[in-house]
Design a protein around this ligand. Structure first.
Ligand code: NAD
Length: 511
């Protein structure tokens, strides 16, 4: 296997994007270091698996306590490397503690062997079961928008399943993931959770070594990882970009729609895969909605936050991300769109922006913006809203706003997206009992989804065993005879055939 070339002794500079101050320099892991880390994880994984769900739960619960005990410091760290507001920063640690409670508490039931009845009388004497055994080493590769929660949310179910995990956090925000692994070490847990620091080439080195890749990031990188995983014949699960539509129907509670869509488009400076990125509003309520939306967005406070919750909107995570947002807005304005509020970059920030008079060919509608922008389009009716919502290569999630829940549910079933929230935004991403995954270019596979969320990290192993003392020979074993083959096929025919003639009990009609 060829190793990815990684510049020896290179390091990563970590910035606070709110004031461009350099806050840390972290050495990059070479491909050889990644290989050694995976070998070490592999060496300890079997003991971790053998602890069983109950034994693993003890460590996971201790980790849950550590996270809650260090909640404020974790928020400081992730705020320092993202420029988030305090309100955006404080949710990540408790959200992870909540996930640990869920996965560790349910693992025993979800991982239990399943039994099945033989489908044919030929196997009536067999006891059939399926065991679930973890992929030994799972690689978790993550982006920068939730630097503590993103590495944790996929690591926890993998650890609960009995896998060892190597996280490769974004090069933009490695400090929060370093805290996460530090916590695991501080509680004295078995060495089955480690970190690989670096850029894309370190991520490629991880993909080259692990047994399963759980990736969250852009569609472009996800495709490259899928190709590499296909070459290695290992599975991957891809959580990719989005361009989530919000459909505001004429019977919506407009105040709730405005408040929800403003939050859904602006939270974390719009840098959420499930951000609202396109809004379709039925004509009868278009003017009222746009008026109230502009007033709401206008009222948002933006700036470099401390610990005192002074601001609603923080910085963009990188200058490149700010420039991408600016490009989408400038391109839209050049094409005839109007900015009703915002529309300007300020240092490491981009102003919360509402755009109207946009059309479906513009970059702000076709590409992922990942910024605090809300382009709004007027539609004639529900059918047009659905048609335009589905006119995208992305299909991560969507929202429908109506006072008629039955109508909301009916519209939801016609939207092409991995999740639809009725009268809410992003709610599914916090509900681990249902899957969070994208369709089309937004992903392959899903995280969460109750039992499926932990079984995805397992290989299913079928076990058959005799229920009665077994004879010394079987009818199909050697030597081959007409009688043996005839008996076996007669039973198969009897179970598969429809009608006496096919069973072979009545002679076929002639002529
Ligand atoms: P990115 O694809 O640039 O990078 C993501 C991670 O992949 C980083 O750690 C990066 O170092 C690594 N990487 C880059 N090249 C690699 C390679 N060849 N092999 C292995 N790893 C490689 O994404 P980003 O800019 O960090 O994050 C923003 C994107 O993430 C957006 O598109 C957003 O929608 C998406 N995202 C999706 C979800 C979801 O659940 N669907 C959640 C959050 C973010």
């Amino acid at each position: 296997m060829t190793e990815s070339p990684i510049e020896a002794d290179s390091e990563i500079e970590v910035f606070n994007p709110a004031d461009a101050a350099v806050i840390a320099r972290i050495p990059v892991d070479s491909a050889a270091t990644v290989r050694a880390k995976v070998a070490n994880l592999r060496a300890h994984q079997r003991d971790w698996e053998d602890l069983g769900p109950r034994g693993r739960e003890v460590w996971l619960r201790a980790f849950q306590d550590w996270i809650l005990d260090n909640e404020s410091r974790i928020a400081d760290v992730l705020q320092s490397e993202t420029g988030k507001t305090r309100a955006d920063a404080v949710v990540e640690a408790p959200a992870v503690a909540d996930l640990i409670k869920y996965w560790s508490g349910h693992a025993r039931r979800y991982l239990a062997d399943t039994r099945a009845r033989p489908h044919s009388p030929l196997f009536a004497i067999k006891a059939l079961s399926t065991n679930y055994r973890p992929y030994p080493v799972v690689g978790v590769i993550t982006p920068w928008n939730f630097p503590f929660a993103a590495p944790a949310m996929d690591t926890i179910p993998a650890l609960a399943a009995g896998a060892a995990v190597l996280v490769k956090p974004s090069e933009v925000t490695p400090l929060s993931a370093i805290e996460l692994v530090k916590g695991w070490r501080e509680i004295g847990a078995p060495p089955v959770f480690d970190l690989a620091i670096g850029r894309g080439d370190t991520g490629a080195a991880v993909t080259d070594q692990v047994d399963f890749v759980q990736f969250t990031g852009s569609t472009r990188t996800g495709r490259r990882i899928a190709v590499r995983c296909a070459e290695r014949l290992i599975p991957c699960s891809l959580e990719l970009g989005g361009k989530d539509p919000a459909l505001v129907l004429a019977d919506a509670d407009i105040d709730r729609a405005v408040n929800g869509i403003t939050w859904g488009g602006m939270v974390n400076s719009g840098q959420v895969c499930t951000s609202v990125e396109r809004v379709y509003v039925e004509t009868p309520v278009y003017d009222e909605f746009v008026g109230k939306l502009v007033a709401k967005v206008d009222s948002l406070r933006q700036g470099k936050d401390g610990k005192d919750f002074r601001f609603d909107i923080g910085a963009m995570a990188t200058p490149a991300q700010r420039d991408l947002v600016a490009r989408h807005i400038d391109d839209a304005v050049a094409g005839g769109a109007r900015v009703l509020t915002g529309g300007t970059p300020r240092g490491g920030f981009y102003e919360p922006t509402v755009l109207v008079d946009v059309d479906h060919t513009m970059a702000c509608i076709r590409e992922e913006t990942f910024g605090p922008t809300l382009p709004v389009i007027e539609v004639a009716d529900e059918a047009e809203a659905i048609r335009l919502a589905n006119d995208s290569e992305f299909a991560l999630s969507a929202s429908v706003w109506t006072r008629d829940t039955a109508r909301g549910l009916r519209v939801a079933r016609r939207i092409e997206a991995g999740a639809v929230n009725v009268n809410d935004v992003m709610a599914n991403a916090f509900c681990v009992a249902v899957p969070m995954g994208g369709w089309k270019q937004s992903g392959m596979g899903a995280r969460f989804g109750g039992r499926a969320g932990i079984l995805k990290y397992c290989r299913a192993q079928a076990i058959t065993a005799p229920r009665l003392p077994a004879p010394s020979d079987e009818v199909m074993w050697y030597p081959s005879t007409r009688l043996g083959a005839g008996l076996a096929t007669a039973v198969m025919r009897a179970t598969a055939a429809r009608g006496l003639r096919r069973i072979g009990l009545r002679a076929p009609r002639r002529g």
